[in-house]
Design a binder for this molecule. Structure first.
Ligand code: ADP
Ligand code: MG
Length: 710
C-alpha cells in the first residue's frame, strides 16, 4: 500500500506546471522563466518575503520613514510635471476617509500605469513612506489592485501574505492563486521519509504542512521569523535538504571505508633519500600531515583525505613524499592540477627532485599530441611511467594506467566531486589525496568535503618574509614602476598581473600583450620582460617559465594563468593591474606567488578610478591581512557560498532553500542525525529507514554511487 502510493507521488509531483488547473501554456512559459517546470518546482518556489496584512493601517496612521502597508481608493491619477516641465512623474492619490497619500512612479510605461490605476479602483500598497512638501508619499510602491470583495479574499488580505518574486506578466495575485491551487492539489504528495525518532528529537513539523505554512502562514506566525526564513516551516524544509546531503556524504564516506584498497608499505627508502636531498627540513605541520597520510596508506582501505594549507605552506613536497611511498610499493601515482601552467611547473620542480632518485615521471596535458601522446599512453599503460603529472588530460577515457595506486588533486576547489570520481576510476581503488589552499571554516568543510578526512598544514616554512600589501590608485603608476625597478636592480624579480589576455574595449582593460611591449620598450628597456598567458603554446610557456626561474627574465607580465601554484622564491614584487576586478580569494592566491624566498616582498594592487564599494572592501581586506583563513571567510561573506564554492559545478546536490552559511546550525544538527542513521543502519534496511534510499538517489541524481548500499 505504502509502496504503491510512493510510486504515485513521484509522478504527481513531476506533473508539468502547464497542466495545473488555471495555468496553461502561456503562463507555463512565464513559470519556465523562473525555472519552474513541474509542480514540485513550484512548491519549492518559496516567497521572497512576507507582508503582514492581518491588520491594515488607516492612511492617517502611516508614518514617514517606515515601510508601511495600507489600503484605499484611487481619488486621482495622472502625470505631474516638475522642474519646469522637464520631469514627468506618474502620480496616484489614494484616500480612505481618514486621509490621503500620494504614490509616485518616476519611470515606467505611462499608458500601462494609466490603464492600471483608474480613478475609483481599490488598491493595497506598501513601501517606504516619505515626506515631501508637507505631504506623505511612497515612491514605486508594491501595489495590488483589489477587485472583488476584500472582506472575503483570504488569500490576499487579512493575513500574512506571501510576496513572490514576480516576472513580467506573472504577478502576485496570479502567483498566489496558483500557488494555492498547487498546494491544495499536491502538497500532500510531498514526502520526506526522515525517521520519526529524528523528527521528534529535532521537533520538526510535518513536511507537507511545512510547505503549506511557508506559502500561506497561518495566524500567529511571527512575521520576523518568516522574513528571516526562520519559521518552523522553513526550518523543516532546510533540515530536509541538509539531512539528505549529509546522508549521502556519510554513505560515501562509509563506502570508501568499506572498500578494499591497497595497503602500501612505507618503510620508505626513497622518501628518506629525498628528505636527505632537500635543502630544508619539513615543518612540524608537514610532518604531522605526512604521518596521517602514512597511516592511511598502510590501511587496507583507500585513503580519501584533504590537505588544507594556506598558499605557500608547502603542500607540494608532502604530495611528492606520498607519491614516493606508493611508487616504492610498485604502484603508479598521478598528480592532477587545474591549469597547464601549474602542471608544467609541478613537472619541472618534481622532475628536478625525482631525477636523482631514478623515478620516472611524465607530463600529460592536452598539448601533448599525436605520436608523442600515443607513446606516452603506452608507457603509462605498461607501467613504465611511475608518476604522471597533468591536467584534465589525465582523466581522459583513453588513458589507462597499469597499476594506479594514488591520485592527487591539487587545488581541489577548482575541481568537483565528479572529476575526483573519474580519477579514482582510473585505478582499481587508488588512494586519493586532495589539496586546497582555500581554507574554509570547519563546519563548511564538513559539508563541501564531507566525505573526506581533513588534514591541516597550519604553519608556514620558517624564514618566510612578510608580504606588505598596498593599494595604489592609477595616478600613482609612475611610483609603482619605480618600486619595481628598485627591486629588480637589487636582483629580485617581479610579476605584473593582468585580468585578461586581449584588449576588450568594453571593459577598458589593459592588454597584457600590449603592455608587455610598452613596458619593454618605454619603461624598463634595461630589463628583460617575459609574457605569459593562456594562449601561448605550451612548449613556449615552458621555456618562458624556465627563463624566469633561472632569472634570465626579470619581469614577468602574465594573466591569471599564474594564479595557482607557481613558485619563484626570488620574486619579491607583484603588481596586480585592475585589482578591483579580482575576487578576494583570487587576489590571495596571486599574492601567494611572492614572499616565498628570503626577501621581504611587496604586493601592489593598482586600482582604477571607479572602483565599486564592494571592491574597496575587498582591497582593504587584502591590505589588512595575509591570513588565508580570514580572507576566505570575508570572501564567503561578500560573495555568498554559491559563487565561492562553485557549488553548481562541484557535483553536490543543489539547495533550493537552504543556505550553507545562514543555516549552519541546522546543518550541524542534520549532519549529526544523518551520520547517526548510517552508524546504526549502514545498509538502510531498517523498516523506519524505508524510503531514504529513493530520496537519496533522486537528490544526488547519479552523482553518488549507491552501489555500496545495494
Ligand atoms: P603550496 O602549499 O602553496 O603548494 P609549495 O608546496 O609550492 O606551497 O611550497 C612553497 C615553497 O616552499 C616551495 O619553494 C617549497 O620548496 C618551499 N618549502 C616547502 N616546505 C618547506 C619547508 N619545510 N621549509 C622551507 N621551505 C619549504
Ligand atoms: Mg601548491
Amino acid at each position: 500500500m505504502e509502496r504503491l502510493s510512493t510510486f504515485h507521488f513521484k509522478n504527481r509531483l513531476l506533473t508539468p506546471i502547464q497542466y495545473v488547473k488555471g495555468v496553461g501554456p502561456k503562463l507555463a512559459k512565464l513559470f519556465e522563466k523562473k525555472g519552474i517546470l513541474t509542480v514540485e518546482d513550484a512548491l519549492y518556489f518559496l516567497p521572497r518575503c512576507y507582508e503582514d496584512r492581518s491588520h491594515l493601517k488607516k492612511i492617517s496612521e502611516l508614518k514617514a520613514g517606515r515601510k508601511e502597508t495600507s489600503f484605499g481608493e484611487i481619488l486621482l491619477s495622472g502625470v505631474a510635471f516638475y522642474q519646469n516641465k522637464r520631469k514627468r512623474v506618474f502620480e496616484v492619490v489614494v484616500g480612505d476617509g481618514s486621509g490621503t497619500i500620494t504614490l509616485k512612479w518616476f519611470r515606467g510605461n505611462e499608458r500601462y500605469l494609466r490603464e492600471r490605476f483608474k480613478k475609483g479602483r481599490q488598491l493595497i500598497f506598501s513601501g517606504e513612506v516619505r515626506w515631501f512638501n508637507y505631504q506623505r508619499e511612497i515612491h514605486h510602491p508594491d501595489v495590488e489592485i483589489v477587485d472583488g470583495d476584500m472582506e472575503k479574499d483570504y488569500l490576499n488580505f487579512k493575513r500574512i501574505v506571501p510576496i513572490y518574486s514576480e516576472t513580467e506578466g506573472l504577478y502576485q495575485r496570479t502567483l498566489r492563486r496558483l500557488m494555492k491551487t498547487i498546494l491544495d492539489g499536491y502538497a500532500d504528495e510531498l514526502s520526506s521519509p526522515i525517521p520519526r525518532e529524528i523528527v521528534e528529537r529535532q521537533d520538526l513539523i510535518n513536511f507537507s504542512e511545512a510547505f503549506r505554512r511557508v506559502h500561506f502562514p497561518p495566524e500567529g506566525e511571527s512575521i520576523d521569523a518568516l522574513n528571516l526564513q526562520r519559521s518552523d516551516g522553513h526550518r523543516r524544509i532546510i533540515f530536509d535538504e541538509f539531512f539528505f546531503l549529509e546522508l549521502g556524504m556519510g554513505l560515501k564516506k562509509r563506502g570508501v571505508a568499506l572498500e578494499t584498497g591497497i595497503s602500501f608499505k612505507t618503510d620508505g627508502v626513497l622518501v628518506q633519500r629525498l628528505l636527505n636531498h632537500l635543502s630544508f627540513k619539513l615543518t612540524r605541520a608537514q610532518e604531522m600531515v605526512l604521518a596521517e597520510i602514512k597511516e592511511d596508506l598502510e590501511k587496507p582501505h583507500p585513503m580519501n583525505r584533504l590537505i588544507q594549507g594556506d598558499v605557500g605552506s608547502g603542500k607540494t613536497v608532502v604530495a611528492l613524499l606520498t607519491c614516493l611511498y606508493v611508487v616504492e610499493s610498485g604502484y603508479q601515482a598521478a598528480i592532477m592540477a587545474p591549469t597547464e601552467v601549474l602542471a608544467e611547473q609541478h613537472f619541472l620542480n618534481l622532475h628536478r627532485w625525482l631525477e636523482p632518485l631514478g623515478v620516472k615521471v611524465a607530463l600529460l596535458t592536452s598539448s601533448v599530441k599525436g605520436s608523442e601522446k600515443e607513446d606516452l599512453y603506452q608507457r603509462i599503460g605498461n607501467g613504465d611511467v611511475q608518476l604522471v603529472i597533468g591536467t584534465h588530460a589525465v582523466i581522459q577515457e583513453a588513458v589507462e594506467f597499469n597499476r594506479l595506486g594514488l591520485a592527487i588533486i591539487d587545488e581541489q576547489h577548482k575541481f568537483g566531486v565528479v572529476q575526483r570520481g573519474l580519477l579514482k576510476k582510473k585505478g582499481g581503488n587508488p588512494d586519493v589525496l586532495v589539496m586546497t589552499a582555500t581554507p574554509i571554516p570547519r563546519t563548511l568543510a564538513m559539508t563541501i568535503y564531507g566525505d573526506l578526512d581533513v588534514s591541516l598544514i597550519d604553519e608556514m616554512p620558517p624564514g618566510r618574509m612578510p608580504v606588505e600589501t598596498k593599494v595604489f590608485p592609477e595616478p600613482a603608476r609612475a611610483k609603482v614602476y619605480r618600486i619595481v625597478e628598485e627591486e629588480v636592480r637589487k636582483g629580485r624579480q617581479a610579476f605584473i598581473v593582468y585580468p585578461l589576455v586581449e584588449e576588450s574595449e568594453k571593459l577598458d582593460l589593459r592588454d597584457a600583450t600590449r603592455m608587455a611591449d610598452h613596458l619593454q620598450k618605454e619603461v624598463f628597456p634595461d630589463f628583460r620582460i617575459g609574457l605569459l598567458h593562456g594562449r601561448i603554446k605550451s612548449d613556449e610557456k615552458e621555456a618562458i617559465m624556465m627563463e624566469f626561474k633561472e632569472g634570465k627574465i626579470q619581469i614577468l607580465v602574465a594573466t591569471t594563468v599564474i594564479e595557482v601554484g607557481i613558485d619563484i622564491p626570488n620574486a619579491s614584487v607583484m603588481v596586480v593591474e585592475h585589482a578591483e576586478r579580482f575576487g578576494l580569494s583570487q587576489l590571495h592566491q596571486l599574492r601567494g606567488r611572492i614572499g616565498r624566498g628570503r626577501y621581504p616582498s611587496k604586493c601592489i594592487l593598482l586600482a582604477q578610478y571607479r572602483s565599486s564599494e564592494e571592491a574597496k572592501v575587498r582591497l582593504r581586506a587584502m591590505e589588512k591581512t595575509t591570513d588565508g583563513f580570514k580572507i576566505a571567510e570575508e570572501d564567503l561573506a561578500l560573495r555568498g557560498p554559491g559563487e565561492f564554492f562553485g557549488i553548481r559545478q562541484s557535483g553536490l546536490p543543489d539547495f533550493r532553500v537552504a543556505h550553507i552559511i545562514r543555516d549552519t546550525p541546522i546543518l550541524i544538527e542534520a549532519r549529526k542525525e544523518a551520520f547517526r542513521v548510517i552508524r546504526e543502519d549502514p545498509e538502510l534496511v531498517h523498516p523506519s529507514h524505508a524510503g531514504l534510499k529513493g530520496i537519496l538517489v533522486k537528490r544526488w541524481k547519479g552523482r553518488m554511487e549507491l552501489a555500496t548500499i545495494g
